[in-house]
Design a binder for this molecule. Sequence first.
Ligand SMILES: [Zn+2]
Ligand SMILES: [Zn+2]
Length: 190
Amino acid sequence: MSPRAQAKVAANHDCCTNTGLIYPDRGKRCDQHATAADRTLVADLAKKARPILGTQIWPYGADIDVAARQRLIAWAEEHNVKLAKTRCQGLHWLRTGRCGVSLCKRAGRWMDHVTSWTNHDGPALLLAQPYGLMPDDVIQLGGLATSGEFKVQIDGNGWYGYGSVAVELWRPGAYETSSQQRVSEVLDNS
Ligand SMILES: [Zn+2]
Ligand SMILES: [Zn+2]
């Protein structure tokens, strides 16, 4: 988290500062100082996230920020994706379904807060949530978009928060599959 964002979070005890979760009221509270409502919210979100995360823990950002957990669930449900089991920080996994390098590095400066996502066909989407995009980033993303290898979408609707932008790289087929699934779910529910 950026120092500026951290400064807006209020903790009343050292234990909360050191081990607490940041709640939607921007208070940081540890297990001991969490309210009953805090505990209920966290348990409820853990249950809702189970189909999205499986046995995995909350990714960076959502690990300590409960509002990011809420946004992550809404985002993943809207996109029809689940968190992938990969530590790839570059484009290997999205390209080939695996990351075979021993030390995986970002393929660009925009690859900050990277998470990878699957749909029922496999690797679907890489989400990067940088605090902003530099001209070099825009040129690189433009190149990836025009190559036709990925569908690139940039908007403000990620889940990380703190003013980050959402850069979505979709495998072209996966984007259509997830969109069609969304449409059929809307029709089923109507
Ligand atoms: Zn505490
Ligand atoms: Zn990799």
